[in-house]
Design a protein around this ligand. Structure first.
Ligand code: MRU
Length: 378
């Protein structure tokens, strides 16, 4: 058992024990299981930027724990408690700069900075501050799995309720939002896991998720590993699949959800939502409250990461041989924003946020009903 979580090591992206962190190199999956040692925040920054670890919750937790490992080895730190808090804040800001779109890392950094800032006001030695930081980061790792299981349960229930003729359901998902993208179980893929556990999943369809193939490499790997009936489709086959009546619901993850429910997620999510709307298929976003950014009234201001042209020009998301014509220019946004009007509900660990007949979600009101310490405030 690692991470305080019972799970098969094949699907464990983050392997943490006090003083040591290993990340499963997701670029090598599904063919090779290779864990890379992460010694400090700089190793983590590179691992996040290079997609060794990806998925909004996993990025946040890996970053936070890399700093735990770094400070656990700083026995000779000569500063005061305030110096230690400053040191940690500075490193957290650096880690946040690794990938801009997912808010979870920003959220984790803000909460951890607050923990050490408050602690530095009451304790005087640096090592105690580091210990307090380590404990706070370790709690984030443990809480993520519980939160995902709650998302899975709420999501499976709402999808089951919406099936009036109570037949089994087939669900389409995009990118990878499973165990590999989180500390375990997953968000949108957690909903699919929960439907399967309830015995009411007919089939999960996963898109390839070009250009980095998180769907064909990672989601397909998780479905096969867990013996969940799954079918891989090309991204461009989704509308035809819906038209053929083979999908009862779509469930996707989120990298950042604005206060009105507009949702940034893996490029291609917006097309799926448009298609689902056209075919009258419910479209759910499944995400922890740490993915919600109440400081943004709508999705217009969400910064969309653009990645290397190589991801399109070369096979295997840029890791293989060149396949595109030399000289062509490339636009490669990693994410898009799906307007709230196309989203049927946002499944969180505290329940499903719905719309009450308008085009937008009132997430602020929902947040007021749950512990506000878990939310990214306006
Ligand atoms: O570029 P990636 O692989 O980090 O993108 C991942 C996604 O878009 C996921 O849907 C999102 O982070 C949610 S993961 C639970």
């Amino acid at each position: 058992m690692a991470n305080g979580v019972e799970q098969d090591k094949a699907l464990q992206s983050i392997f943490y024990k006090h003083g040591s962190l290993q990340l499963l190199d997701q670029r090598k999956l599904p063919f090779e299981t290779l864990y890379l040692d992460i010694k400090d925040s700089q190793d983590a920054w590179v691992a996040i930027q290079d997609m060794v670890v990806r998925g909004a919750p996993a990025i946040a937790i890996a970053a936070a724990l890399s700093l735990s490992v770094e400070v656990s080895k700083l026995g000779d730190f000569s500063g005061t408690a305030s110096d230690a808090a400053y040191f940690l804040s500075d490193k957290l800001d650096y880690l946040v700069s690794s990938r801009p779109t997912a808010v979870n890392l920003h959220d984790a950094a803000t909460k951890l900075k607050e923990v050490v800032r408050k602690a530095a006001a009451t304790v005087s030695d640096a090592q105690t501050i580091f210990q307090i930081y380590i404990e706070a980061a370790e709690i984030m790792l443990e809480e993520d799995v519980a939160s995902n299981k709650a998302i899975g349960s709420y999501g499976a229930n709402i999808i089951q309720q919406q099936q009036k003729d109570s037949k089994n359901v087939s669900v389409l998902t995009h990118c990878n939002t499973g165990s590999l993208a989180t500390a375990g179980y997953g968000t949108a893929l957690g909903v699919i896991r929960a439907l399967h556990e309830k015995g009411i999943l007919e089939r999960a369809y996963c898109t390839e998720t070009r250009p980095f193939n998180q769907g064909s490499r990672l989601t397909a790997f998780e479905l096969v590993h867990d013996k969940i009936p799954g079918t891989l489709i090309a991204d461009s086959a989704a509308a035809a699949l819906m038209k053929a009546g083979r999908v009862n619901a779509v469930t996707v993850g989120a990298d950042r959800v604005a206060a009105n429910g507009d949702t940034a997620n893996k490029i291609g999510t917006y097309s799926l939502a448009l298609s689902a709307k056209h075919h009258g298929i419910p479209f759910y976003v499944a995400a922890p409250l740490t993915s919600i950014d109440l400081s943004l009234p709508s999705g217009d201001k969400i910064v969309i990461e653009e990645r290397s042209p190589k991801e399109l020009l070369n096979a295997r998301g840029g890791l293989g041989e060149q396949v595109a014509a030399s000289g062509i220019s490339v636009w490669n946004p990693a994410f898009d924003v799906t307007p709230a009007s196309l989203i049927s509900g946002i499944i969180t660990e505290k329940g499903v946020i719905t719309k009450d007949g308008t085009d937008c979600f009132d997430i602020k009101s929902f947040a007021e009903g749950v512990s506000t310490s878990t939310m990214n405030k306006a």
